[in-house]
Design a protein around this ligand. Structure first.
Ligand SMILES: NC(=O)C1=CN([C@@H]2O[C@H](COP(=O)(O)OP(=O)(O)OC[C@H]3O[C@@H](n4cnc5c(N)ncnc54)[C@H](O)[C@@H]3O)[C@@H](O)[C@H]2O)C=CC1
Ligand SMILES: CC/C=C\C[C@H](O)C(=O)/C=C/C=C/C=C\C=C\[C@@H](O)C/C=C\CCC(=O)O
Length: 257
């Protein structure tokens, strides 16, 4: 899939990985709707991107992925403004073990909500033109992080949802590929805040430091490049792509007996 002229929506676009995904999409000729609860950061980024890529290439909307109404409005405004919707970057997420229900609500429930609402717009069976959904999971979706079991659970859920929904989409003829990107540690605000977000398991941050030593820390640009591959490689559906500084690999899962 060439990105030139394609229309993308990015959740959690104002900072971190979502911001890098947005820039990669714009660099390759796509138009992007940026969605984020952080209105100040989102508007500032949009103004900066419009100076670099042109007024007509970006749209920012304050949008909480926990709100079905706000997501629906954002998708309708995207289609009204740009003429369609080809790509969803289902990226918004938090890490806060002391607010575990909110973590589940944003990292898993909202990922499912946003994907389902996007499929209503993108599926060829409902008047859409197909496309691709990229869910931002994590390496914590492939193995346990003892310091943040709830976060770990949400990311495992995102991967399971991605694999099953990708198969469902193919079997149903939606024309929408669905993949997950699974980064290790990435230098962002979320990563910087971790020690204060572990709740009653904060004493286990030492384990995180050991894992950081072992796996290293990615820059957001090092996530954006493999993300671009997942978006453009039309052979990829239902895949989970692990990204750490030393390697990038498509995960193989144990098959059912
Ligand atoms: N930083 C890391 O080490 C890794 C992060 N991830 C995942 O990458 C995604 C992005 O995380 P980062 O860029 O690191 O975090 P970040 O905190 O730098 O950026 C997240 C963005 O999402 C927005 N956001 C938060 N809740 C929202 C909501 N309810 N509705 C709309 N927007 C919301 C924030 O305002 C922020 O702009 C998350 O899903 C995270 O779990 C995955 C693996 C590693
Ligand atoms: C404490 C949370 C730190 C950062 C949050 C960030 O969003 C994130 O998700 C980072 C995850 C990093 C995980 C790093 C290592 C995980 C190690 C074990 O759980 C094993 C996991 C997978 C093994 C897969 C493989 O090596 O092939």
């Amino acid at each position: 899939m060439a990105l030139n002229g394609k229309i993308a929506v990015v959740t959690g676009a104002a900072n971190g990985i979502g911001k890098a995904m947005t820039e990669k999409l714009l660099q390759n000729g796509a138009k992007v709707t940026l969605l984020d609860v952080n209105e100040t950061a989102g508007k500032n980024l949009m103004e900066s991107l419009q100076k670099e890529y042109g007024q007509e290439k970006t749209l920012f909307m304050k949008c909480d992925v926990e709100s079905e109404e706000q997501i629906k409005d954002a998708f309708h405004k995207t289609i009204e403004t740009f003429g369609g919707m080809d790509i969803l970057c289902n990226n918004a997420g938090i890490l806060d073990e002391s607010q575990w229900e909110k973590t589940v609500s944003i990292n898993l429930v909202a990922v499912i909500r946003v994907a389902n609402l996007a499929l209503e717009q993108m599926s060829k069976l409902s008047g859409g033109r197909g496309g691709v959904i990229i869910n931002t999971a994590s390496m914590a979706g492939l193995g346990p992080l003892p310091s943040c079991p709830v976060y770990t659970a949400t990311k495992h859920g995102v991967i399971g949802f991605t694999r099953a929904m990708g198969a469902a989409s193919a079997a149903s003829g939606y024309g929408v590929r669905i993949n997950a990107i699974c980064p290790g540690f990435v230098q962002t605000d979320l990563f910087s805040r971790i020690p204060s977000k572990l709740g009653k398991l904060s004493h286990l941050d030492d384990l995180n430091q050991q894992l950081i030593e072992k796996f290293g820390i990615l820059t957001v640009s090092e996530v954006a490049d493999p993300f671009f591959e997942l978006v453009t490689d039309e052979t990829k559906n239902g895949e989970a792509l692990l990204v750490v500084p030393s390697r990038k690999q498509y995960v193989t899962f144990p098959g059912l007996p």
